[in-house]
Structures are given as structure tokens and as C-alpha cells.
Design a protein around this ligand. Structure first.
Ligand code: ATP
Ligand code: MG
Ligand code: FE
Length: 338
């Protein structure tokens, strides 16, 4: 079953064609970095307008790259939320139009569920129970997929998302947007133990995260050193900051797996590209005898293939969305049908 997947929740105009929920036939990702770079972050209005310009060419390219036509498509899946409402609307309108014009089954997908399902594009159909750490510019969430197929958010950030913290600190350090990859790269040459940045909420008994205190601590330390003319070694700052975030993310993910007695962990979202996070999570899983599924970075960041995969799971279960659904910036996770 070939499913068309469309994703426009943030700053990627992404369209993909996926066979049977696992085989990527095409995965077109139009990034808007250049549109947002002057502002140091994603500007919602600019994102929505860029999606409008990029949507139809992205759809055309997805078909060309897959060597497919509309006649081959058996379902249309789109991110219905959560995300930026103006951005979501572009994808939802495009997907509904295609479904209507070609009389195809249509399904609205939760963006976080999409991130979780990115795993099946590389490792085959999901085998619950599993816990996914979703870390991106907009999300820091621990999502449990239980043995009955229920998705549940069991932990999340109470303030900034991990990627947001990377981007804000990078901006403060004078690094270009998006800052995550820059800090990752810079930090590889630095000493992660040089500065002891705080590990917020590490032992508070919840599975939630807080990133804003760390951000403030980095800014305060840089200002303090600057004021007393103390040397600032940027690679050390980057490495120490990266280590503090990774430490909390890995510790809480392993704790979640233990609390829910889950043996499989997946790491997805843009920040999953972080080299130190990949390494530390792999170490932690090996130490605790857990299986780590780590999709390649192109499947971890926002893409249409993960939405097609999530949509496939629901379409084969007989689920459909009416063509009257709206983009919902606060869309909750809902259990799989059945
Ligand atoms: P959403 O939150 O809806 O998924 P998004 O566009 O913010 O949307 P992604 O595209 O998945 O999310 O990820 C982008 C984020 O990932 C940015 O914050 C970026 O800095 C961060 N990122 C990318 N590569 C790395 C890396 N190597 N290390 C740390 N952060 C990274
Ligand atoms: Mg993005
Ligand atoms: Fe995302």
C-alpha cells in the first residue's frame, strides 16, 4: 500500500511516498533554514508563507523521485498537529485536496506519533512496548507505546525544548542558526567536564525535563567570566553544555524504561542527530541490556516519510479522518484503533 505523507508542522516542507509503512520510495524535505536564519529562530508567519511556495514543487518531486503517479497511491496522510497553526494548515489543505480529487482514504496524524513511527522506516514494523525520546526544536518528550498499542506521553519539558536550548545558547555564543549541529561540532574538541552546568530536575522523581535553567546558567557563566576577564574556551563551553543536556536526557529515558519495564528505546527528533547523545544513549542501553533503535538523522528530523508510516498504521487498521478535520496546534496523542 503506497501512502503519500505530508508534513508542514514547523519549518520543513516535507512530502514522501512510503510503501507498506516501511519502505521509503521518496522523501523530499524542503528546509527553510535560509528564510529563518536572519531571525535566529523559526518565524511562524514566514514558515506558513514558505510552505505555500514550496508545497506543490515538493509534491511533484516526491512523485518523480518515487517513479509513481497518483494512480499508484492508496492513502494520504498528513500532520494535523501539534505544530504552528498557519504552517499546519498548508499541509492539511494540500492533503485534503489530493484525497478529495483522487478519491483516496485520508488520515490526519499526530506529529509526535510520526516521529515515533520514523523508527519503522529503518527497523521494520514497531514491536511494542517501547519508549521513544523525542527531542527537537519544539519537543522534549518521552512517549510510551504500550503492548496494547496505546501512545502516552509519560514525560515532557516544562519549559524550553532541548533543540530550543541548543539554538538559544548557540545564538548567544555567536554561532549560526540552527545552533544544535554547531554546538555538537564545536563541543567535540572541548572538555565536557570543564564547567559543571546544572542538571535540572534530574532527581525530582518525575519523568519531566526543564531546560531554561541550564540556558540561564550558561549565559550567566559567560557573562561572569567576561566581567572578570577570565578565559572563555568556547569548545569547553559547548562540550559542557552539551554534556549537561545529554546527561539529563539519557538518565530520564533509562529511568522511564525501568519504571515501565520496557526493553526497547528509540531516539528521534532533530536533536537525535547529536553525536554525544547518540553515544551516551547507546552506552546507557548497552549497560542496562536494552535495545536501542536509532534511525538515521534524515528520518529523525521532520519528514514526510514518518507521517506516511504513521498514517499507514492507522489506514490498515481501518481508520479514516473526515475531510472536515482542521489543523489542531494542540492535537493530543490518541491510541491506535483496534
Ligand atoms: P519539531 O519540534 O516540530 O519537530 P523542528 O523543526 O524544531 O520541529 P527538527 O527539524 O526535528 O525540529 O529539529 C531541529 C532541531 O534539532 C534544532 O533545534 C536543531 O538545532 C537541533 N539539532 C539538529 N542537529 C543537532 C545536533 N547535532 N545536536 C543538537 N541539536 C541538533
Ligand atoms: Mg525543523
Ligand atoms: Fe518534529
Amino acid at each position: 500500500m503506497l501512502v503519500l505523507g505530508i508534513e508542514t508542522s514547523c519549518d520543513e516542507t516535507a512530502v514522501a511516498l512510503v510503501e507498506d509503512g516501511t519502505t521509503v520510495r521518496s522523501n523530499v524535505i524542503g528546509t527553510q533554514f535560509e528564510h529563518h536564519r536572519p531571525f535566529g529562530g523559526v518565524v511562524p508567519e514566514i514558515a506558513a508563507r514558505a510552505h505555500l511556495d514550496m508545497m506543490l514543487p515538493a509534491i511533484d518531486r516526491a512523485f518523480v523521485e518515487a517513479g509513481a503517479t497518483y494512480a499508484d497511491v492508496e492513502g494520504v496522510a498528513v500532520t494535523a498537529g501539534p505544530g504552528l497553526v498557519g504552517a499546519l494548515l498548508v499541509g492539511v489543505a494540500a492533503a485534503k485536496s489530493i484525497a478529495l480529487a483522487h478519491d483516496l482514504p485520508f488520515i490526519g496524524v499526530n506529529h509526535l506519533e510520526g516521529h515515533v513511527c520514523a523508527t519503522q522506516l529503518e527497523f521494520g514494523h514497531l514491536e511494542p512496548p517501547m519508549i521513544s525520546l523525542i527531542v527537537s526544536g519544539g519537543h522534549t518528550s518521552l512517549v510510551l507505546l504500550d503492548a496494547e498499542g496505546r501512545f502516552e506521553t509519560i514525560g515532557q519539558t516544562i519549559d524550553d525544548a532541548a533543540g530550543e536550548a541548543f539554538d538559544k545558547i548557540a545564538r548567544f555564543m555567536g554561532l549560526p542558526f540552527p545552533g544544535g549541529p554547531e554546538i555538537d561540532k564545536l563541543g567535540r574538541t572541548g572538555d565536557p567536564t570543564a564547567i559543571a552546568f546544572p542538571r535540572a530536575m534530574m532527581n525530582d522523581g518525575t519523568l519531566d525535563f526543564s531546560m531554561s535553567g541550564l540556558k540561564t546558567a550558561v549565559i550567566r557563566e559567560l557573562r561572569r567570566r567576561d566581567a572578570v576577564d577570565e578565559e572563555i574556551v568556547m569548545p569547553d563551553v559547548a562540550a559542557s553544555f552539551n554534556e549537561a543536556i545529554v546527561d539529563v536526557l539519557v538518565t530520564k529515558t533509562l529511568r522511564a524504561a525501568e519504571a515501565h519495564d520496557v526493553g526497547t528505546i528509540t531516539l528521534v527528533g532533530g536533536v537525535a542527530a547529536n553525536s554525544r547523545l547518540r553515544e551516551a544513549m547507546a552506552d546507557g542501553c548497552a549497560r542496562t541490556d536494552r535495545r536501542l533503535l536509532l534511525p538515521q538523522p534524515v528520518l529523525c528530523t521532520d519528514n514526510g516519510a514518518m507521517i506516511a508510516a504513521a498514517g499507514y498504521n492507522r489506514l490498515v487498521a481501518g481508520e479514516r479522518s473526515p475531510l472536515t478535520i482542521d489543523a489542531d496546534p494542540g492535537l493530543p496523542l490518541i491510541p491506535l484503533a483496534g
